[in-house]
Design a protein around this ligand. Structure first.
Ligand SMILES: [Zn+2]
Length: 157
């Protein structure tokens, strides 16, 4: 089987075959990260080995896909989505995803609690505002802690 280092070299080799803006837009460098993670996980996951095989094919085929219009681009996105789906099953998350998720949950809970207390205690919007801010801060803190733990465990991509 091909090693992550070989796959990364292959991806780099084909880089000049596509437009610069496509390299950024289609996150070509993300594929290199995927290669490393799949190699690591394939030690104890057979599905990772087969997903890694698809990545080997993709690392040769991506310039053709990205240069052949909508259909090829869809093909590329399906392949990368499939790889990402499998990595998610190993607990990998996008950078910042967890942090933002908890901030959102905090704000929403703050608003809900704020609206309930506004209904119960008739007063101006001060309490609503305070509870919204509290939700934001608590969500931020929990999100930050969870995100840091994921980063420490090498689970962010
Ligand atoms: Zn796996």
């Amino acid at each position: 089987m091909m090693t992550a280092t070989e796959i990364k070299a292959k991806i780099d080799l084909h880089r000049q075959e596509i437009y610069k803006k496509d390299i950024a837009f289609f996150e070509i460098d993300q594929l290199k990260k995927y290669a490393e993670l799949l190699e690591k996980e394939s030690e104890h996951c057979t599905e990772c080995s087969s997903v890694l095989e698809r990545l080997v094919t993709l690392s040769d085929e991506y310039p053709r896909m990205l240069n052949s219009g909508r259909k090829g681009r869809q093909e590329y996105e399906q392949e990368t989505e499939l790889i990402w789906q499998h990595l998610q099953s190993h607990g990998y998350k996008r950078k910042g995803y967890t942090e933002n998720l908890y901030i959102l949950i905090g704000v929403l809970l703050g608003i809900i609690i704020g609206l309930i207390s506004k209904l119960l205690i008739k007063e101006d919007n001060t309490l609503l505002f305070i509870e919204l801010m509290l939700g934001l801060i608590i969500g931020y803190i929990i999100g930050k802690i969870k995100e840091q733990r994921l980063i420490k465990d090498g689970k962010t991509v």
